[in-house]
Design a protein around this ligand. Structure first.
Ligand code: FE2
Ligand code: FE2
Length: 334
């Protein structure tokens, strides 16, 4: 997939910086009622205020990361890359493992910036008072996530990767969408749900203590963000006209395709370490372990789509093709 996003260089405070501008047209909603419409959202707002943490104080940044040891003792690469891994030299193994963890963390960092931008839009476009309050706590949460992953990458890793074109195109779609409930589905259910799946997998299988510590803190915030999406959308989605609901079903499906590609397409890593992209991609995608990971990562997205009525029978075969339906009936808090 080609990254066709137009970037431009602008001068800010006498320094040249690269940006891309996203044209967005949506209504900013001023509310006149300060009454709570969805009581559980106020509980979430209280919880968010109590659970604030400080990335510069609460994380033990003195933990050093031994990428060499990590690469050579990890159980995962040999399982994922099978025979290719065995043929690599020690140096190549270290290089590949380092690139991979940097790529994973870089995509998380870029996703967090996307979440920060969308959360700021939710404050203005959400139609209820309590939604605005909860969204405002999400803004500071996402800022903290950007801070923590940026610090991890710049202080503990040797490499950083640009944003995956699949992730960038999805987040730009969410940002430029004019309807607020599309933004909610795109960010709170899809991107946040997938983040919960990725963090859960990293927490369970991660072998690097600093990364695991960070992920535990971030997951507490992300769980609230997913809950916010489900609680709000549950109240609104049934009122939508059938045509809009169908559009939303399609939007959610296309979002899942983009997120699946964002996980699967690791061409940046293969190019970085000089391994044959096509062959490596095929090996990973065919790996039964990778398929299991993929399902696990979507285990917080698909059940919520079903709960919200965004997984009707007519779309199920397309989800089946994506191979992510296994946990559709999983009982999750949100
Ligand atoms: Fe986040
Ligand atoms: Fe979030």
């Amino acid at each position: 997939m080609e990254n066709r996003v137009k970037r431009e260089k602008i001068k800010v405070l006498n320094k040249e910086t690269e940006i891309s501008a996203i044209k967005t047209l949506y209504d900013t909603i001023w509310v006149y009622s300060y009454e709570s419409e969805i009581e559980k959202l106020l509980d979430l707002y209280e919880k968010a205020k109590k659970e604030q943490w400080n990335a510069s104080q609460d994380i033990d940044w003195s933990i050093e990361i031994d990428t060499e040891k990590m690469a050579l003792t990890s159980q995962l690469p040999p399982l994922l890359f099978q025979e290719i891994w065995e043929k690599l030299s020690e140096k190549e193994k270290i290089n590949l493992a380092t690139s991979q963890i940097s790529w994973i963390m870089s995509q998380i960092l870029h996703g967090e910036q996307g979440a920060l931008l969308v959360a700021s839009q939710l404050v203005t476009c959400a139609p209820l008072y309590d939604e605005k309050l909860v969204a405002s706590t999400q803004v500071i949460d996402e800022a903290r996530h950007v801070e923590v992953f940026h610090r991890y990458l710049t202080q503990k890793m040797e490499k950083e990767f640009p944003i995956s074109p699949h992730l960038e195109s999805l987040i730009r779609n969410i940002l430029s969408e004019s309807r607020w409930y599309f933004k909610f589905v795109g960010m709170q259910i899809l991107v946040e749900g997938l983040a919960m799946g990725i963090f859960g997998t990293l927490e369970q299988f991660g072998e690097e203590p600093l990364g695991v510590q960070i992920v535990r803190y971030v997951m507490k915030d992300e769980a609230r963000h997913v809950a916010f999406g489900v609680l709000s959308l549950k109240e609104h989605i049934n009122d939508l006209p059938e045509k809009e609901k169908r559009e939303l079903v399609e939007f959610a499906y296309e979002g899942c395709v983009a997120l699946r590609n964002r996980i699967t397409d690791m061409s940046m890593v293969w190019e970085d370490v000089g391994l044959p992209t096509h062959q490596m991609q095929e090996t990973v995608e065919k790996s039964p372990i990778f398929q299991e990971f993929l399902i696990l990562m979507f285990s917080r997205v698909v059940p919520n789509l079903k709960k919200l009525g965004l997984l009707p029978d007519y779309i199920r075969p397309r989800y089946e093709e994506l191979g992510i339906l296994k946990f559709e009936n999983l009982e999750i808090p949100f």
